[in-house]
Design a protein around this ligand. Structure first.
Ligand code: GDP
Ligand code: MN
Length: 406
């Protein structure tokens, strides 16, 4: 999960990492009032979106008077900002962060992330901050220092001195850096972050190290442990479908094809997509409805699959292990009925109470297609997706109860 820069800066303050004073605003008037309440000769208006590279895209503006604060805010709020870190549609600017402007002497890069190779948290720092760190890493990797932290020993003072030397800091800044690195390390562990990035970390004209920007990613699996972090979620910044999926605890990813797949279990979902491909079709999505599914989840899953209008057939492949097949069948029937589904739905059920489940589908009169196995299910879904709605063969729902079931 991502959060906004202003939220990252709130957390920085909690962990003694200096950041400029500021306030968040959702209207130009609020932005102006925010600026007025900060005694500063100039302000920076920053579009709050879940992406970086805003500076080059017009999402970071230095305002020299209160009218400029209002004008810049008005120009950003309510628009979508496209940066080279977003897609072509950009992200909505629903709020701006107004902060006191800083006099920059030097820009550095500092981040802390989980390095899977060394299986440790690792600090990454560079004196070439403020720029595209990926370009620095690719072209001049010697300008980047990497310092892994031993999990039992924790961050050691000598490691802070190592980073300080790499950044070319003086004695006074070295002790400031140690405070910042300690804060980052504590914050990372306390909130189950997966990455914290300060780019740029600046040295001000009067020699203070300040986090001018802040980006924090959190481990999704740990979010339930941190209600304060969970409350920072901004669904407007997330893929609408994927955000809705999250609400229902569904794992959903949009793909290019036209066969909607509703499957439980990531492995079975992968196998189903492979099978669709093998039969010459293309999946419209990856969807894992999870182990303990219910009627509402199945309905939400159908809604997601059908919402973009490109889906020509739905392939349901569910193994009733934790959840029973008759419960799945009830969910499918409710969804199909309530949504007045007009595209064909191929269902392959297997597992506990499969006979009841299939009988329910069969007796429904809703024209669902039941398949004996995954092979024929995929084949049928691909065939149906190719057929025009008008010339579609009539339902071939057959119970496979007598089949060679183990
Ligand atoms: P990003 O482009 O989304 O990463 O946004 P940043 O917060 O990093 O801001 C982009 C750039 O704007 C920074 O690298 C700075 O050069 C500049 N900038 C941001 N805030 C200030 C400020 O208070 N004073 C000055 N002089 N420049 C700033
Ligand atoms: Mn930045």
């Amino acid at each position: 999960m991502n959060i906004h820069e202003y939220q990252a800066k709130q957390l920085f303050k909690e962990f003694a990492i200096p950041a400029p004073q500021g306030a968040v605003a959702t209207t130009p008037e609020q932005a102006q009032q925010a600026a007025q309440s900060l005694s500063s000769p100039a302000w920076v208006v920053k579009a709050q979106i879940h992406a970086g590279a805003r500076g080059k895209a017009g999402g970071v503006k230095v305002a020299r008077n209160l009218d400029e604060v209002k004008d810049y805010s008005a120009a950003m709020l309510g628009t979508r900002l496209v940066t080279h870190q977003t897609d072509a549609a950009g992200l909505p600017v629903n709020s701006v962060w107004v902060e006191e402007a800083s006099a920059i002497n030097q820009e550095y890069y500092l981040s802390l992330l989980l390095d899977r190779e060394s299986e440790r948290l690792i600090f990454i720092a560079s004196a070439a901050g403020g720029m595209d760190i990926e370009a620095v890493a690719a072209e001049t990797p010697e300008k980047i220092v990497r310092v892994p932290v031993h999990p039992a020993a924790g961050l050691q003072p000598y490691q802070c001195r190592q980073v300080s030397a790499a950044l070319g800091l003086g004695k006074e800044q070295q002790s400031q850096l140690q405070t910042i690195m300690n804060g980052l390390y504590q914050l990372f562990l306390a909130k189950d972050a997966s990455q914290i990035e300060i780019n740029p970390l600046i040295q001000t004209a009067d020699g203070k190290l300040v986090a001018l920007d802040g980006k924090i990613n959190f481990d999704d699996n740990a979010i339930p442990l941190h209600p304060d972090i969970a409350a920072m979620r901004d669904a407007s910044q997330e893929d609408a479908k994927e955000a809705e999926a999250k609400q229902f605890d569904l794992n959903y990813i949009t793909l290019d094809g036209n066969i909607g797949c509703m499957v439980n279990g990531a492995g079975l979902a992968m196998a189903t997509m492979d099978m669709v491909k093998l039969k010459g079709g293309a999946p419209a999505n990856f969807l894992d409805v999870g182990g303990g599914t219910n009627k509402d989840k199945v309905k939400a899953a159908f809604k997601l699959i059908l919402s973009d209008g490109t889906t020509k057939a739905v392939l349901v492949n569910i193994f009733g292990g934790i959840v029973k097949c008759d419960v799945i069948a009830a969910g499918i029937l409710a969804a199909v009925e309530e949504m007045h589904l007009t595209i064909p739905v191929v269902v392959r059920l297997e597992g506990t109470n499969v006979e009841q489940g299939l009988a329910m589908l069969k007796d429904s009169g809703l024209g669902l297609y039941a398949a004996e196995d995954l092979n024929s299910a995929a084949e049928q879904a691909v065939k149906l997706a190719e057929v025009d709605a008008g010339s579609r063969p009539s339902s071939t729902l057959t119970s496979s109860m007598e089949g060679g079931r183990p």
